[in-house]
Design a protein around this ligand. Structure first.
Ligand code: ASP
Length: 326
């Protein structure tokens, strides 16, 4: 197989500095050497480091575009793509790639590590080798692979700061789990034609509105500024937010009236939004908030950014969430 591996930054290829860990520009060479040492790997690897390597906590939607354009430009030259990325925003990037490479007919796998490769006790190679193994298995689509789990790209959530198992897939079983061998979830996927769409995505067009005890209009006003076109509302439980403060609901209504798409996602971390179940949730529906159903907040944030980037009207974006399209 011809496998393209892009190092974008992140712990996997970091080395110590006076300020703490920073990405190492020589990492691609180290990894190339490592992979070429093994006789078992009969693949053609091309491994590159991006010119500007980042800690993924600095990533913006522009970085998702950069990665997607890089993959697109090499699409016909490779059989599989592996993106090495920091864990902090890896779930956002894997979601972005799954929307941009919908129904991908090649594997695109995002991975990284909790401990850098230069350390003896590292999870770097086990994650890289797992990602390569997933490509060898002939799976197609966009996935996040970490600590033995192959998670659908738009279903992953960073769930632990320090466990090897840093990612969960709260509302969808993993496609595969790798121990000594792979264990696969049986799927009944209807093959659909692949669609690559890499829109211009403005930084700052999507925001996150947190719900917390005592939340006030002043807390959200700044977040719902003029240039915002989409918002993820991090609600309680099955999609509830306080309905006893009319000013909060008026603010949300004014935003939806001017075309801001507000998507309701639970801060529980797992389960679905059923916003009509309680009066406190119905109030949100009345002011035009749409249900994110069982999406992670990362995927909801990215889907809003993607659909807004495509230039869709707010009605079309709302329909995209309600019908679970795109
Ligand atoms: N801060 C790092 C990053 O996201 C953490 C990691 O890679 O695990 O780039």
């Amino acid at each position: 197989m011809k496998i393209y591996i892009a190092y974008t930054g992140g712990t996997i290829g970091m080395v110590p500095s006076d300020q703490g860990l920073i990405p190492d520009a020589a990492f691609a060479d180290h990894l190339t050497q490592h992979l070429n040492e093994s006789d078992e790997l009969a693949h053609d690897f091309v491994i590159t480091s991006y010119p500007t390597l980042i800690d993924s906590s600095n990533a913006t939607p522009k970085d998702w575009q950069t990665i997607a354009r890089d993959i697109e430009s090499k699409w016909h030259d490779f059989d599989a793509f592996i993106v090495l990325h920091g864990t902090d925003t890896m779930a956002y990037t894997s979601a972005a790639l799954s929307f941009m490479f919908a129904h991908s007919d090649k594997p695109i796998i995002v991975t990284g590590s909790q401990v850098p490769m230069y350390k003896v006790r590292t999870d770097a190679m086990i994650n890289v080798m797992g990602a390569i193994s997933a490509c060898e298995e002939g799976i197609n689509g966009v996935f996040l692979f970490f600590a033995g789990r192959l998670i659908e790209g738009d279903r992953a959530h960073k769930a632990h700061t320090s466990d090897w198992q840093a990612f969960s897939s709260p509302n969808c079983p993993e496609l595969g789990v790798l121990g000594i061998d792979w264990r696969w979830r049986s799927t009944n996927v209807i093959k659909q034609p692949m669609v690559i769409q890499i829109p211009e995505m403005d930084e700052g067009s999507v925001t996150i509105l947190p719900v917390f005890p005592g939340v006030q209009v002043a807390h959200w006003q700044g977040l719902l500024s003029e240039n915002v076109k989409g918002a993820v509302l991090l609600s309680y439980g099955a999609g509830n937010a306080p309905d006893k403060d009319p000013a909060l609901l008026t603010l949300l209504k004014a935003a939806t009236d001017r075309g801001v798409v507000i998507v309701n996602v639970s801060q529980c971390g797992a389960g679905s939004v059923a916003a009509g179940a309680y009066a406190a949730g119905s109030a949100l529906v009345k002011v035009g908030v749409v249900s994110g159903i069982d999406m992670t907040y990362e995927a909801a944030f990215v889907k809003l950014s993607f659909l807004i980037g495509l230039g869709l009207l707010s009605e079309e974006i709302r329909a995209g969430f309600l019908e679970n399209e795109f």
